[in-house]
Design a protein around this ligand. Structure first.
Ligand SMILES: [Zn+2]
Length: 333
């Protein structure tokens, strides 16, 4: 599942389904990467404002000394020279070759509200476990510096991903990928190459990855948007910092946000489905078709409520990412 918030600008202008298929590739599920390019870049810019000097130095040194493979195809382009912002989208570029797609999300079934997350983390891992594992690598001074640089790139990305609400929930719909949605005037259309798969674009996951945030940004860019959000959530950010690092709690918050701002915000009721992972949206008693038949539509009311939730999520992600990097820099001293 997953289509990164900040990514899909390009895919939309070219061939949306082609891109989605390439990204879904080996995952066996309809998916693209999480928050699109601009969402991840916004999280990174916000985090930069909250880094301690020692964390900034550690991060810049590890990233600078251990550059990415120059041959790697960068989905979000090479638009920035800022190493931290550039790192924010790297894990989506390597997820297929490294076969670690499940690290980008956690499928907490709808209807659950608290408890241990381990049971929702499959044998191939999940975002909460990936964050904990990469924190350990980053703090280990004796670890291979390339691995530590990659740990930073993963953390920058995954803390963003877990705050994309549809990355912390599933309703037997692969995190909303099987829920067709008309987004303003953009009608949901079936995958022209594989209509039998019953996946549509736009869908609930995709609009939360990309459209909701990009519409809210208007013609702004991630740096300016980050400035605005950091300012807007100035008071809250002190409380987020004071609460400390609790990755599982953050996943639960994101899960609740998905319930209220993503699923429950439609006038049509979307019932709770059994907590299973679908190979295709045609599974689960034709989940894709059943959701399409609801004719779910997003307009101004849904958008403004969702944008508020997304803004909070992005601001939290930026502040919390900085907390993780600051703590790691202290630990390795
Ligand atoms: Zn991702």
């Amino acid at each position: 599942m997953t289509a990164d918030w900040w990514k899909l600008a390009k895919t939309r202008t070219l061939a949306p389904w082609l891109a989605v298929c390439v990204l879904a590739g080996s995952l066996g599920a309809p998916s693209a990467p999480a928050w699109g390019c601009k969402g991840h870049q916004t999280v990174a810019w916000i985090a930069e404002k909250h880094l301690t000097p020692e964390a900034r130095q550690m991060v810049q040194k590890l990233l600078g000394d251990n550059p990415m493979d120059p041959k790697l195809r960068r989905w979000c382009g090479n638009a920035t020279t800022d190493l931290i912002v550039d790192a924010s989208t790297w894990p989506d570029d390597v997820r297929n070759e490294r076969k670690n797609g499940p690290w980008h999300y956690i499928d907490i079934p709808r209807g659950k509200h608290n408890g241990e997350l381990d049971g929702y983390c499959g044998p191939e891992g999940c975002v909460t476990r990936a964050i904990e594992e990469q924190r350990v690598i980053l703090k280990d001074k004796s670890a291979d510096p390339l691995k530590r640089a990659e740990a930073i790139r993963y953390l920058i990305h995954f803390v963003g991903d877990m705050h994309q609400p549809l990355h912390a929930i599933s309703n037997a719909d692969n995190g909303g990928n099987c829920v067709a949605v008309k987004y303003f005037r953009h009608e949901a259309l079936p995958n022209a190459l594989h209509p039998e798969r019953e996946d549509y674009s736009p869908n609930l996951h995709q609009i939360w990855d990309t459209e909701i945030v990009e519409r809210d940004m208007e013609i702004s860019n991630p740096l300016r948007y980050a400035d605005e959000l950091d300012e807007k959530f100035h008071a809250e950010s002190a409380a987020w910092e004071a609460a400390g690092i609790h990755v599982d709690n953050w996943a639960w918050e994101s899960h609740e946000r998905a319930e209220t701002a993503a699923y429950h915000a439609f006038q049509e009721k979307i019932g709770i489905e059994p907590g299973v992972k679908l190979k295709s949206c045609a599974d689960g008693n034709h989940m894709g078709k059943r959701m399409f038949d609801k004719q779910l539509a997003v307009g101004e009311t849904y958008q403004s409520n969702a944008a508020r939730a997304a803004q909070t999520a992005l601001a939290e992600a930026g502040v919390r990412l900085a907390m993780i990097l600051n703590e790691a820099a202290k630990a390795v001293k």
